[in-house]
Design a protein around this ligand. Structure first.
Ligand SMILES: Nc1ncnc2c1ncn2[C@@H]1O[C@H](COP(=O)(O)OP(=O)(O)OP(=O)(O)O)[C@@H](O)[C@H]1O
Ligand SMILES: [Mg+2]
Length: 373
């Protein structure tokens, strides 16, 4: 369901303070915020982090690496170069204006241009272009660089690119701090946590705090101002829990409640699920092979075991029936396929620990389970 407008943003308790503290202490030059899709990473950046940084007098540069994830290196370099270009043309305009004014004042008032044009011939080596653009942008201003969905760079085709990024970031230490967001834990591990990871230990991880009680109360006020619906707070809390505490989904349910104007929360949840089924949450499942679907069903169980455990094997074997013998290798290839489809992701907590990121799919599976099983 695409909604015409967003419900008001609700702040993430304490997160902004935590991030700023890392930067101000100088303890780390970077901060990573990794959380599943649709949880509110970009919203936090736009509604809290960027305004706070500007208030501190920092310049902010925001680059979304997801939009061109097929060529993330080029996306980053071109975004930085475009910003340089934009700022220089802005500066040129200002200079011209000054020159005109100075000339009007009389001779001797010429303004000398201090701009250093940066060369960015498209055929230049990408690593050099990265260095030139970021160095030009930062200058000697306190700068916050935000790399949204940075795991896209984990798939960078050029081995040296991320290493070069780290080098230029380090070079600009004292002026530049970096905020990395991402939604893939595999990406997080491969970029920051493993010994041989290119950005290993260069950033401090922070956790996106769940929205709580006060958020639910805020949504109830919003609802009460716009409809006659009487909704019980505990019921709304339960729904938020079922929705994996995903604010976007709760916002959508609230809109269903406003439209229905009756306070029937079960029916609003139905409408929400229906909308997501139509948007494709269900059809993804119907395209899966039996063993893949069985693995999904396993992961939809609350407190499910890790996927290679004996318990998991027998669950999957049971689900697919006698027609196919289930072995760990088969589960492994099913998991690979499901991860590729963005249906599951490793939690990173222990090996073989996977979960379903998409709440709509998860709820759908649970529902099938309770009606069929
Ligand atoms: N703190 C919040 N208060 C209210 N609504 C929120 C909040 N955070 C997120 N949302 C809602 O959830 C939607 C998705 O959030 P956002 O795009 O920030 O998530 P994301 O984690 O960046 O997702 P993705 O991984 O897809 O980029 C927002 O458009 C907004 O409607
Ligand atoms: Mg985002």
């Amino acid at each position: 369901m695409s909604l015409a407008f967003d419900l008001p943003y609700f702040p993430r308790n304490g997160l902004l303070e935590e991030v700023l503290k890392v930067y101000e202490s100088g303890f780390k030059q970077g901060v990573t915020l990794f959380a599943p899709r649709r949880q509110g990473k970009t919203s936090f950046v736009k509604h809290e982090l960027v305004p706070a940084a500007r208030e501190l007098g920092w310049q902010t540069i925001y680059v979304d690496l997801w939009k061109r994830r097929g060529e993330p290196e080029l996306a980053l370099v071109e975004a930085l170069e475009a910003t340089v270009e934009q700022r220089q043309s802005g500066l040129r305009r200002k200079l011209k204006l000054k020159q005109v004014k100075a000339k009007a004042k009389g001779p001797g008032g010429e303004v000398e241009s201090t701009m250093e044009p940066i060369s960015h011939s498209p055929e230049g080596v990408l690593e050099n272009r990265l260095d030139a653009a970021l160095t030009a942008l930062v200058g000697n201003r306190r700068t916050l660089l935000i790399l949204d969905e940075v795991q896209a760079l984990a798939g960078a085709k050029r081995d040296d690119f991320v290493a070069a990024l780290r080098t230029v970031i380090q070079k600009l230490q004292g002026h530049l701090v970096v905020f990395y967001t991402g939604s893939s834990r595999d990406g997080l591990n491969s970029m920051f946590r493993l010994q041989k990871a290119p950005l290993f230990a260069s950033a401090m991880p922070v956790h996106l705090p769940d929205l709580g009680d006060d958020f639910i109360e805020d949504r109830l006020v919003f609802l009460a101002e716009r409809s006659q619906a009487q909704v019980n707070k505990e019921a709304l809390e339960r729904v938020f829990d079922d929705l994996g505490k995903t604010p976007e989904f709760l916002n959508e349910v609230i809109l269903h409640l406003i439209i229905a104007n009756d306070g029937n929360i079960d029916r609003a949840m139905e409408a929400w699920q229906e909308a997501h089924r139509e948007a494709g949450a269900g059809s993804v499942l119907s395209d899966l092979r039996p063993i893949e679907l069985a693995v999904m069903e396993l992961l939809a169980q609350r407190d499910h075991p890790t996927v290679y455990s004996a318990e998991a094997l027998s669950f999957v074997q049971n689900a697919v029936g006698k027609s196919e013998v289930v072995a760990a290798a088969k589960i492994q290839s099913a998991i690979k396929k499901l991860a590729k489809l963005d249906l599951v992701a490793a939690t990173g907590r222990k090996s073989g620990d996977y979960e379903i990121d998409d709440r709509a799919v998860l709820l759908q599976l649970r529902k099938r389970w309770t009606t069929n099983g």
